[in-house]
Design a protein around this ligand. Structure first.
Ligand SMILES: [Fe+2]
Length: 371
């Protein structure tokens, strides 16, 4: 009798765990598909940066990885499409080569992912999550696949940001503002680092072990632009002690006396230009030159200057990207623009930043190191 009760309890636990695993698989897949959903097929197949794969590769690769671990490894199935082992094993082709491979189309990749998922859920229904097998115990291999898919969503977000993709990311980020207290004291002492009982933890997060640290101070936020500006003003670029060896060597070689430039992204519209110039002035009240993406954004810069009694070009040098070689050669943007000479704005022509995205850039003519 007791044995039956225990068996039922074990069965209930196993079913609950399987329901959790199915839910996690669904959540990561929904996130991936939702991210890609607004993009047309040509954007999914294009390589947006040589550093990244075409987005459709990430989609099919996520499905291939799931097939490898949750279908072939757990159930012993034969490869659904043996050719995919050659195309979607990340170790076989560097990212720069992947656009040249005969990849699945977006529709084919979606169908492949859906077929793999159907089979993976069948296998999940039957699999015994044997606690003595490291792959199956507490559904470890499912966690591996779920986390892999989440990681690829992050990779795809980076691809979208690196590229020139028109993508509605939802509400614009909130305006910046001063942050409060910057450092906190962490009392020293022993604490437990890592885990021995989190079932989905990676090898390098195991085992839990005690570490004893002395007290230390830590920033409570990432370094804010305003704080970094104070560092620059206080001579941070002239004091060797704040720099790593390689950073100091680069600073000397490049003749930097301050950060090279600051960027605020826009979307070619005058509204985004207005937001960008406001953000830049919030961060750099002493800014005296700005390089903007196109005439629409440049117009907003001039309107901002006019409203705030900023004299152009005496107080603020402004130039738009049609004076730089890259937008002219790519024909983007294709709007009529006013050409202006950049030499008076303080940039020798060889140092013009090449814009690849609608970005407002602030620079300083006063503080620029002599080249
Ligand atoms: Fe991967």
């Amino acid at each position: 009798m007791d044995r039956n009760v225990h068996a039922r309890a074990d069965l209930g636990e196993a079913l609950a765990l399987k329901a959790t695993l199915a839910g996690e698989l669904e959540a990561s897949r929904r996130r991936l598909l939702d991210l890609l959903e607004p993009l047309p097929d040509e954007e999914l197949g294009r390589q947006h940066s040589p550093l990244m794969s075409p987005l459709v590769w990430d989609l099919a690769h996520a499905a291939w990885y799931e097939e490898l671990w949750l279908v072939r490894r757990l159930a012993g199935d034969e490869p659904r499409f043996p050719r995919n082992d050659e195309l979607y094993d990340a170790f076989l082709h560097p990212r720069a080569e992947r656009p040249g491979l005969p990849l699945l189309s977006p529709a084919e990749a979606r169908a492949y992912a859906a077929a793999v998922r159907r089979r993976a859920l069948e296998v999940l229904g039957d699999v015994e999550l044997d606690p003595s097998d490291p792959l199956r115990a507490a559904g470890f291999v499912y966690g591996l696949v779920v986390q892999h898919e989440h990681q690829h969503v992050e990779t795809m977000l980076a691809t979208l940001q690196l590229g020139e993709v028109e993508y509605a990311f939802g509400a614009p980020p909130p305006r910046g503002g001063p942050v409060g207290s910057v450092e906190a004291l962490v009392e020293g002492g022993p604490f437990v680092l890592g885990t021995s009982d989190e079932p989905w933890a990676y090898d390098n997060e195991r085992p839990a072990h005690e570490v004893d640290l002395p007290p230390f101070w830590i920033d409570t936020t990432p370094v804010a632009n305003r704080a970094y500006a104070e560092f620059v003003e206080a001579g941070g670029y002239r004091e060797r002690r704040w720099w790593h060896q390689e950073g100091w060597a680069y600073r000397l070689e490049a003749g930097l006396e301050h950060p090279d430039r600051a960027c605020v992204e826009g979307n070619w519209s005058s509204a985004s230009g207005a937001q960008a110039i406001q953000n830049l002035y919030d961060q750099y009240p002493e800014m005296d030159a700005v390089f903007v993406a196109n005439d629409q954004m440049a117009l907003s810069v001039l309107q901002h200057a006019c409203r705030n009694n900023i004299s152009v070009p005496d107080d603020l040098g402004s130039s738009d990207s049609t004076t730089s070689p890259k937008p002219r050669s790519t024909g983007h943007p294709s709007l009529p623009c006013t050409r202006t000479s950049l030499t008076w704005a303080g940039w020798p022509s060889k140092e013009l930043p090449a814009l690849s995205s609608p970005t407002g850039m602030a620079a300083s003519r006063k503080n620029r190191a002599p080249s």
